[in-house]
Structure formats: C-alpha cells, structure tokens
Design a protein around this ligand. Sequence first.
Ligand code: SF4
Length: 472
Amino acid sequence: MKLKSPMAIWKYLPGTNCGECGEKTCLAFAALLKERSRDLAACKPLFADAQYAEKARQLADLLAPEIRAVTIGTGSKAVQIGGEDVLHRHELTFFNRTALAFDVWDTLDEAALRERVRLIADWRKFYVGDFLMVDAIAIRAVSGEAQTFATCVKRVAEETDLPLMLCSLDPVVLEAGLELVADRAPVLYAATQANWQAVLSLAKRYNVPVTVFSPDLDELASLAATFASAGLKDLVLDPGMFPTGDGLAASVANFVRIRRAGIEDGNDDVAYPLLAVPMTAWLISEHDDALAASYWEAMLATIGIIKYADIMILHSIEPHSLIPVRTLAANIYTDPRRPVSVEPGLRPIGAPTPDSPLFITTNFALTYYTVESDLSSNKIDAFLMVADTDGIGVEASVAGGQLTAEKIQETLELSEAESKVTHRTLVIPGLAARLSGETEDLTGWRVLVGPRDSGRIPGWMEEHWPPESSLT
Ligand code: SF4
C-alpha cells in the first residue's frame, strides 16, 4: 500500500462524513482501509458521484498491496497468494498463507496417479478448530511427451478440484495439458530465458497466471518486466531453491532481496508472489533414503515459509514432513492483531445429563480445543463453559484480570448453567485455583479445582467426581 497514514488516505475520500460506509467519519473509514479491514467499495459515494471518479481510481491504485495478489484455481478451492504489504508480520499482518502444492508426475501409472492425487486432496488434520489441508497439485511432465502429459492432467482433473500447476519447460507439452484445464485457471511453471516468448503467448491466449524462473535476479526482474509490459501481470517469481551449501545460502538471500525490493524499495518489477521448490531436497545424491530426503525437504520448506515463499512445490506427503510444515504455515500466518479465539458460551460434550460435571475454560482457541479434545476423546460427558477472556489463555487471563470471579459469575449467568445441572458445582482449571474462594463467595456455587493440565481430567474425575456434597 503506497499510502502510509489514514490522513493520507482520507484526502482521497469525499470527506462528507455521510456514514454510508457504516463509520461515523471518513477518517475512521480511512483508518480501517489502512489496516485493510474494510473494502474501498463500501464508500459508495466515491464511486457513484462523477466528481470523485479520478480520486476513486487513484485511491484504488494506491491502496493495492505492495506485492500483487495472484489467484490460482477457481471456485471454493481457489487460492490467493501474495497480496502482502509488510516484511514482518508484527508490522501489520500477513494476509495470504504460503500455499502448499504437492507433486504428481506423468510417468506414474494410472492407478498410482489417482491414488496419490486422492491422498493429497483428502489429507486433512484438525488443528485449533479448523482443518489443515493442502492447497494445490503440481503436475510434472517428467515424460517430456505432450500426449502423456495431457493424459495425466486429464486424470488429475477428474480426481480433484484443487488448483493445479502445470510444470514443464516445453511450451508444446504445457499447452497439451493447459488446453484441457484452462477454465480452472492453473498456473504455468515455468517461463525461462529460453522459452519465455512461447510461454508468454500461451499464458496470454489462455489467460492464466505464469511462473517466471531464473536464479539470476536481474534476469528474473527483466523477464517479469517483459511479461508485465505485455499485459500479463499475474506472475509468480521463482528465483530457485538450491538445497545445500552456498547455493542454499544464496537462495535464502535472494528471497529476502526480492521481497525487500518489492515492499521497501517499491520495485514493481519484482513485486509478485514468490515460489520455492523445497522438493529440490530429493536431488541431493546422499539422500538416497526417503526419510532423509523428506526431512531435508521439510527443513527447506520451513525456510520458505519464514522467508517469504507465497507458494511451494513439495513432494513428501508423509505425516512426519507434512504435518510440521503445514502447521508452521498456519501459525506464521495468524493475525497478530487478533487472538485466535472461539465464541464464549456453554458447550455440551458427549451426552451430558444434569448430573454431569460443569467445567469452565477460556475462549483462547488453543486452550478450548485442547480441553474439548481431552474431554471428548476420553468419553467424558460434561458441560464445558467458555468464558470470554479476549482470546487469552487461562494462566495469562488470571494474571491479566480477564478471568476473574466476576467473569465466572457473568459466564454462569449468560450460559444459564443453573438450568443445565442440578449439583451447583463448578470445576475451574488448576491454573485458576486462586479464584476458587472468591468465586464460591460471589456465585454461591461450590468450586472444585481441576488439574492444571486438562489431559489429567480423567484421573481427576476418578478421585473427585461425583462430588460428595454440594452447597445446595
Ligand atoms: S461512505 Fe465514504 S463519504 Fe461517507 S463517511 Fe464513509 S468514507 Fe466518508
């Protein structure tokens, strides 16, 4: 974003404070535009009134992210990459998580190909209230034959609606696959110094994004500028990822240099999403065992996630490689301005009755899902009451005053817990033990102090539930 303050944005808005956007003033709306939490289109007068037309056009341009956002694929599975404005997450936030594309290749026999596509497309892991999944499939033309590649692309497209990358340096081979799936907006990989004219022509004809590859940064910038001047701006840049030694050090430095040039220096020639290929780990000759190669690939992928790769091509779908890589991507791309939280309220776990225990926890998502999982996986029928602690965990919210006896009382009332259980006994986390006396005094409920770690709830239940007596 070229404008650096709400005031600079405000100068382009109508300044009438009409409130149509839902904000009281144009300046308040400008502040939200600066944070990228509102869309410029919400200022309807700016677009409806001809007197603002030029300002509207200029402002849309000036608000665009420093790194161009590129969409790969179509429909609900489409993935947006790039679109970033900062080098460091704490300066604002990152907006589009590193997309993970896993490879298949056209020399696989049909059964093995379809099986691998299903494994990739169906992979998911529950994590902090959501499913981690993979984002795309990279189809590699290992055969070098157009017809073989086309057959492979067709089979992959039949198996999945994930976004596709078509990978070949031969434009004839690329087109054989592309003409079958052009309506799915695949990204082409890759245009190089040797083939760029033919790939540019393909990308324009089919209107699809394209990756430009060169480890020579001047050459990379020059190729990207050539594509842009030809009207093709949906570009992805691959500066190469060499897997070891000086080559690896140079690769990391190149990623940083390009992203810095795009964001800090305003160099539009390289202000595009970056692609990394950690699967180069499989090229290392001493990695002749798959475990070592997948380990090294995961290591390269962590560098890519941390150092600005917007999309990566990977090979290892084994859990020991995929889970840490995907989890890291999820964590690096959370918004530091907003704690990851869940809705407060009362949740039945299993099939609770009025005699079931009533637990309370905070609405920090990681805490909630850990407690919920510890209860449900141990088949404990219970009520789990979630207090609104601004998304902060138990220990910190007790220390910071977000979880207090008053908050517990308020949560009991809002949850209508009295109508759910007959025993009037509340189990608070061990980490909130110091609130027990005050909570009993304030609420009239009996308070039991549970374990500090919810994983110990089953053992705690054996000793403490049902309670011997209650206050009512
Ligand atoms: S709709 Fe536009 S003109 Fe009206 S208050 Fe919002 S920003 Fe200002």
